[in-house]
Write a protein that binds this ligand. Structure first.
Ligand code: NAD
Ligand code: ZN
Length: 266
């Protein structure tokens, strides 16, 4: 069992974060699996994480897909995606952390969100400017031209597998980036451009161990951009961030937004 955060200790860090954010006009956010834990979706790492409990899965998913995409699609259509982790994502709703982050965008503070999450909860909470660096479970993507389609709008003919892109004839796969798969170039370019514009950087619920995502806060820091980290457990960011708020994002982010409203009212 994790201990409840001590909010009187956290108060100072929340104030500092609110001050930095209220001054910023181009905050870029990197969010990770921890952001969705309070929506009932397990993380991979950290306390209670799937990998913490069961160990890492094989890292060659993309090789298996490209070596026989027909077999991969046949399995997908026959067996569906009904593992427990997938079901938890399909039934999930945004938590107060997702809504608070969307509010920071409406306030003109957060300009762009780079999310490692594939669960679509940021969009459901009203966030608009998002790069899903590891894709989205509810979309499909062409491996060649990177065109994306909502899964429900793409008609798959089970007698003509694998599905092929109508624009360029490329191979279509699930948008979720598989282990071993290169991140789509358009997503990488956007992350790079937004990070270069950041005047404040906010990391939330990420173990900061997965690259290239973890490189963006490091790049911002190297330009002297202040870094705020929200995570109940220590990560490589804890020792380098300007402000560390050691609590769950579903409670911390709404508290930060309240404090920003206080700052802006004065
Ligand atoms: P991670 O699983 O490596 O680490 C999760 C981090 O969240 C840990 O550092 C943990 O301490 C922190 N955390 C736990 N509870 C929290 C809370 N309530 N508030 C804030 N932080 C909390 O996650 P990662 O860094 O995103 O990298 C893992 C990869 O797993 C990503 O590529 C992501 O695509 C994928 N993933 C996605 C989902 C999802 O879409 N919801 C879920 C699990 C994994
Ligand atoms: Zn294509």
């Amino acid at each position: 069992m994790s201990e409840q955060p001590n909010f009187s200790d956290l108060g100072n860090q929340i104030d500092l974060a609110a001050k930095l954010l209220a001054r910023s006009t181009h905050t870029v956010v990197l969010a990770g699996a921890g952001m969705s834990k309070e929506s009932g979706i397990r993380t991979f790492r950290g306390e209670g994480g799937l990998w913490t409990e069961h160990g890492e899965p094989p890292m060659n998913q993309f090789d298996s897909f490209t070596s026989d995409p027909h077999a991969w699609w046949e399995r997908r259509l026959n067996e569906g995606r009904n593992d427990g982790f997938g079901r938890s994502i399909d039934g999930a709703q945004p938590n107060p952390g997702h809504f608070a982050l969307a509010e920071l965008e409406r306030l003109g503070i957060v300009s762009h969100l780079i999310t490692q999450n594939i669960d679509d909860l940021h969009r459901l909470a009203g966030q608009n400017s998002i790069t899903e660096i590891h894709g989205n479970r509810h979309w499909l993507r062409c491996l060649d031209c990177e065109l994306r389609w909502p899964r429900t709008q793409f008609v798959i003919d089970a007698t003509e597998l694998p599905p092929i892109c109508s624009e360029c004839g490329g191979l279509v796969k699930s948008d979720t980036v598989m282990f071993g798969e290169p991140i789509p170039a358009t997503a990488l370019r956007r992350c790079h451009e937004e990070t270069a514009l950041a005047d404040c950087f906010l990391t939330i619920g990420t173990s900061a161990l997965v690259y290239p995502a973890a490189q963006y806060p490091a790049n911002a820091l190297s330009r002297g951009v202040p870094l705020i980290d929200i995570n109940p457990e220590p990560t490589p960011l804890t020792s380098v961030a300007n402000v560390v708020i050691a609590g769950p994002s579903g409670k911390i982010l709404p508290a930060v937004v309240n404090q920003i409203h206080n700052e802006l009212d004065h």
